[in-house]
Design a protein around this ligand. Structure first.
Ligand code: SF4
Length: 361
């Protein structure tokens, strides 16, 4: 009996008792609906589990399968993604559903290479689908798995180093191949990293692998993985103008199809560079809108993966119906298009400021 199969059994025994009750775990891993696996895995990338738990059920209820999702308007998909951030994943999920309906008769292919060709599906997600939906012994490696394997092997590497990734994928493949339940094994391995072998203060006394873990053996857990070299964060400062017309409609424009907040809607904005702050009234002039006073309405700050974003809010109200403007539209407050949570907050601040001004006048 090899030690990896013994490790697998110990991990599964631990998982049976310790697995968290999560809404996508309705069937044992290995027999799960591939649609549910794809949706939950894409939602979980770069978003906290608790936030995904809040949104998953509503998404699956509205779009219960690949066909329903493929037929949906992408703006409806983005609206239901609100609060999860990184909206590019929602667009890719929608594109994957269209590809599955168009090229695979609405069913997820079982072949790992065909799975990997789907939009938004990389090596990790393909491994999750193959193992959790089809019980295939395909590995998966995320940040949690990398950390567990580096500690298990006692390798003091940063988790984004090529040597660390090569080791993690090789060992994850060996470990899952040695298990009789590859889907449950992969899920349990990620769960171990998320709940026991945590970045700080791992709970080694509760770990099913402590007796074969090199880091635990020489007490080097806190040195593994080594800290990553951090890229310098960029600051982005925007002046955002929230303009209502006499009907109470707000002026919005679509973001570009790529980049930050891709494809969502936002209010007209200009970027500040250096110390200079652009005059928000110039924005109205550039759109040939009637001039109207703009009141400062505070600011909204967001810390994104690579940027610190600061949005300064200006609010104004036209005394006439908003004119038609190319590439922009006026929206009723109850029928807003998909926006980032930061821009939703900007809108809230502006409404609050305009309401206060209205009471004063
Ligand atoms: Fe991680 Fe500790 Fe388990 Fe080793 S013994 S895998 S360091 S939790």
């Amino acid at each position: 009996m090899n030690s990896d199969s013994a490790r697998g059994r110990a991990l599964l025994a631990w998982f049976q008792a310790a697995a968290r009750d999560l809404p996508w775990r309705t069937r044992p891993a290995g027999q799960r609906d591939p649609y549910h696996v794809l949706v939950s895995e894409l939602m979980l990338q770069q978003t906290q589990v608790s936030r995904v738990v809040e949104r998953y059920h509503a998404f699956i209820t509205r779009f219960p399968d690949f066909l329903a999702l493929a037929r949906a308007d992408v703006s409806d998909v983005l609206a239901l993604w609100a609060g999860l951030g990184y909206y590019r994943r929602a667009r890719l999920l929608h594109a994957a559903a269209i590809a599955i309906v168009s090229h695979h008769a609405g069913r997820m292919p079982r072949d790992i290479n065909a799975i990997r060709e789907l939009p938004g599906v990389g090596r990790y997600t393909a491994g999750a689908i193959a193992s959790m939906a089809f019980a295939l012994p395909e590995p998966l490696v995320d940040g949690n798995v990398t950390r567990v394997i580096l500690r298990l092997e006692g390798r003091e590497l940063a988790s984004d180093e090529p040597a660390a990734q090569a080791l993690a994928w090789r060992r994850a493949a060996e470990l899952v191949a040695a298990s009789d339940h590859p889907g449950a094994f992969n899920e349990a391995l990620m769960e171990l990293g998320a709940t026991v072998c945590t970045p700080a203060n791992p709970r080694c006394s509760a770990c099913p692998w402590s007796h074969t873990c090199a880091a635990f053996g020489n007490q080097s857990q806190s040195n593994i993985p080594r800290p990553k070299k951090r890229a310098a964060r960029q600051a982005l400062r925007l002046e955002c103008v929230v303009l209502l017309d006499a009907l109470g409609r707000v002026l919005l424009e679509p973001r570009p199809a790529t980049g930050l907040w891709a494809g969502l809607w936002h209010m007209p904005s200009t970027e500040s560079h250096g110390r200079a702050r652009p005059d928000p009234a110039d924005l109205l002039n550039s759109l040939a809108l009637p001039s109207t006073p703009l009141a400062p309405a505070g600011s909204v700050k967001r810390t994104l993966t690579h940027r610190d974003v600061s949005l300064r809010v200006w609010a104004g109200r036209l005394s006439v119906r908003g004119p038609k403007l190319p590439g922009r539209a006026w929206f009723e407050p109850h029928a807003l298009p998909a926006m980032s949570s930061a821009h939703a907050k900007v809108l809230e601040r502006a409404h609050h400021a305009l309401g206060a001004l209205h009471k004063q006048s």
